[in-house]
Ligand binder design. Sequence first.
Ligand SMILES: Cc1ncc(COP(=O)(O)O)c(C=O)c1O
Length: 371
Amino acid sequence: MSTTVPFVDLKTQFSALRAEIVPRVIEVMEQASFILGPDVSRFEENFASYCGARHCIGVESGTAALQLALEALEIGSGDEVIIPANTYIASAIAVSAVGARPVLVDADRTYLIDCTRLDEALTPRTKAVMPVHLYGQAVPMDAIVEFARRHGLYVIEDASQAHGARWEGRRVGSFGDAGCFSFYPGKNLGAYGDGGAIVTNDAAMAERLRLLRDFGQRKKYLHVVKAGNCRLDSIQAAILDVKLGHLDAWNEARRRHAAAYDARLATIGIEPPARLHEEGHVYHLYVIEVEQRERVISALRERGVATGIHYPIPIHMQPAYSELAGSRGAFPQTERSAGRVLSLPMFAELTEEQIEYVVDALARSQRLVTA
Ligand SMILES: Cc1ncc(COP(=O)(O)O)c(C=O)c1O
């Protein structure tokens, strides 16, 4: 059966944006300004100001953003970085890539890093804490910043799933030493390919990041540090700049869809996602918990509803992190939710009818599961 409700609908979004995006892409090609240049600078300025930060450095992906932020803070071999146990693998990979060790902290019931357990992860080697604003929900940044100040740690925010989200009125990304973003196509602000950015209020940090993303060049062919190529393409920057103008409206639409899901799920006895707060959430993902997940997924699939799982295997249970296998059982909340979470379709263009259809299909799947 063809999909009635996709998980994310980038085709519908492009139809609405075609008239704005195509001329900007053609302009980049006509000007043959493909690498860095005015489109990248313009997007960087606009995105910094959107986030309430002084500087923005466009890079090739969210993973590169995290890795470069760690490198710019000179975090490497022998160092430890605190990350959530419940996150995408990129959080751990970026730390490993610079030679440091990721130290995991369990989630609380809202799926975010449990700020009451940060102390347990602290050792004399801890250099930074890297909270992840997961599913579009801001981590309580006052708790993170206070913990980091108390122990002399850097804060690197991973806002890859939370473009425009707020904590106490302030946009995420601007609280720490660096705020990292992915512009992977399905994100709230997504490119038409890979992309990422780092925002910071620190001019020296911004300068280091500009060197690190572009062969350590201070000027053409003068290389002052050993670094590779992690630049953001001009075409992607031009596309992102157009899309940035729509981000608040899209996030508002996501909030309306979440409220509609909340209300409808209540009528079929499914708990809405546990949230710390409503205000400022940008619902990159709308994540519920279900029993017998595989049966529910296949029942939904049969009715043409696509779903996702974020994430089915926690980092410490991944083959790539076999060195963390000994900590199995140490992150009960993360391990429990990994077996139960189910992400429902969520994107700005979702319609009332689609939401109704998803919840109806879910209600039928529940009857099957309990039968
Ligand atoms: C929380 C988080 N961090 C980092 C990344 C990595 O971003 P990218 O795929 O752009 O490298 C992603 C997404 O894919 C993410 O969701």
